[in-house]
Design a protein around this ligand. Structure first.
Ligand SMILES: [Zn+2]
Ligand SMILES: [Zn+2]
Length: 176
């Protein structure tokens, strides 16, 4: 979305409302069920322009522990200082991509900046709840649903990892 900032640059207004839809970049394991809605405002205080917005993205995915389906809306706060082209040196621009957005020819396009910010902020592991107890490692039943009757005592999973590492090494040496 190209936001027309010319009225603000001409000093005709000190506040501009933002409200537009944005197609999010795909993320592995996540389904964005709809477009992101970006709402907020740009204000100008004596030449210091500031953008404050929130991008709301409906998504669905899987809980990393119990594999149950999660459908929710992720809210990404997006704040930047707005500067006109040529205000910053190329180096300053590159070093501060998460601090500034740049107006070009009177227009501001924040789509890519919001998409990038979303990729960086979206949780790597989704959980249905902070304290999700996950699945029983033996029978695969969600622990939340109550005791499954499997014995509590488990082999230390670190041994399993070590065993598989050893196995991989053996395989490699056979090939070479
Ligand atoms: Zn869960
Ligand atoms: Zn079980």
């Amino acid at each position: 979305m190209n936001l027309d900032l010319r009225p603000m640059l001409r000093g005709e207004t000190n506040r501009m409302v933002i409200d537009f839809l944005l197609e999010p970049e795909p993320l592995e394991g996540i389904v964005f069920t709809d477009e992101a809605r970006v709402t907020g405002e740009i204000t100008n205080r004596g030449g210091y322009m500031r953008l404050l917005a929130v991008a709301d993205i409906p998504y669905s995915g899987e809980c990393a522990r119990c594999l149950s389906e999660i459908s929710d809306v992720y809210s990404l706060p997006f704040e930047r200082t707005v500067v006109t082209e040529g205000t910053l040196t190329e180096e300053q621009e590159e070093d501060n991509v998460d601090e500034f957005v740049i107006v070009k020819g009177g227009f501001l396009d924040i789509d890519d900046a919001v998409r990038e910010s979303l990729i960086l902020s979206f949780p790597m592991r989704l959980l249905c709840s902070e304290d999700c107890p996950g699945l029983c490692p033996k029978c695969g039943k969600p622990k939340r649903e109550g005791a499954c009757g499997c014995p509590e005592k488990e082999i230390d999973p670190r041994w399993a990892v070590l065993a598989s590492l050893k196995f991989d090494e053996d395989e490699d040496s056979e090939k070479s």
